[in-house]
Design a protein around this ligand. Sequence first.
Ligand code: SF4
Length: 383
Amino acid sequence: MDRLLDRIAEKVYADQRLSADDGLTLLRSRDVSTIGRLADHARRARHGNTTYYNINRHLNYSNICALSCKFCSFYRKKDQDGAYQYSIDDITTQARDAAAAGATEMHIVGGLHPWLEFDYYTDMLRAIRQAAPMMHVKAFTAVEIVHLARISKRPHELDAVLQDLKEAGLGSLPGGGAEVFDDRVHDEVFKGKIRSDQWLEVHETAHRIGLRSNATILYGHIESLEDRVAHLCMLREAQDRAIENDLPGRFQTVIPLPFIPDQSELEHLPGPTGLDDLRMLAVCRLMLDNFPHVKAFWIMQTLALSQLALHWGVDDIDGTVVWYDITKVGGTDTHQEVAATDLRRAVREAGFDPVERDTLYRRVQRDGARWWLAKQPEAVAST
Ligand code: SF4
């Protein structure tokens, strides 16, 4: 055992907050077993044996983007091969199909489209609400929200923009676009994208108007371990502020995303290893003590590693996904689907109890494609 972890273990078992130095020690340690044990303790203290999953659909409405982030293999320029953009009718059809298949959530993100108007986004939300009234729409990263504020000519009125989207049917914000909160990394890899202060401002504004949101960190490219820890500390402080100010919305889940080099401008980098993935998921659980949930995103971490990660602090194994255009691990097919039975089997085999949730972590009961919210104490949603 790495003796440097002794003091950290004492803190974890005493339910004390870890410092930034502790986070760095954990990320530097090769004692992945002990890190896993500590994260598992913290995870079980909060969630016991429960592991969440959901029946969802991802929709990437367009890959046309005004920016060209170096780590991104998704974006295309207007006339480039493979550029696409869905019509509202396409989106309505997908929402209807998803509802008919029993999905509880649509997760919608896309590029920063240079000429679509603000109405496209509100029309999209209204059309989904009409086609699939029970569907929760989790949509638009903070980067897209800032873009929507610009195209609606209200760059300094995030509040009004988010209110308009909420009224049209937006249910919550996903956590993407955070990348790594560091100016050096920002300027080198995703210059043009919003910086950490704006990303955090969008989420705080969403929380103020009662929208919950998630957070991500994209790791394993040119960032340092110090950058990773600083990012997690900034998320933790933002959640502390939301709690102190008793905002109606909060962060629900952190989703650490491993950098996938394939087909990006940073293809020469090796990307993170499986042990780095496990360590990172565990460190998120240990550092983000005020985030209820840590999710492994099987599209990027693979289902096999996500299953293992349930013992490294993860309590959410994501959903059925179906179509995902942003990263295509091991190929070019955007059909990436895991059946709910396979998710449940992976969870059970790991020794945990699978619980289907909706986007807000309320328990779902179902009979085939028909579903309803189980009777449950309100606290379930925030624990
Ligand atoms: S990461 Fe997002 S903003 Fe950057 S190029 Fe890709 S789609 Fe555009």
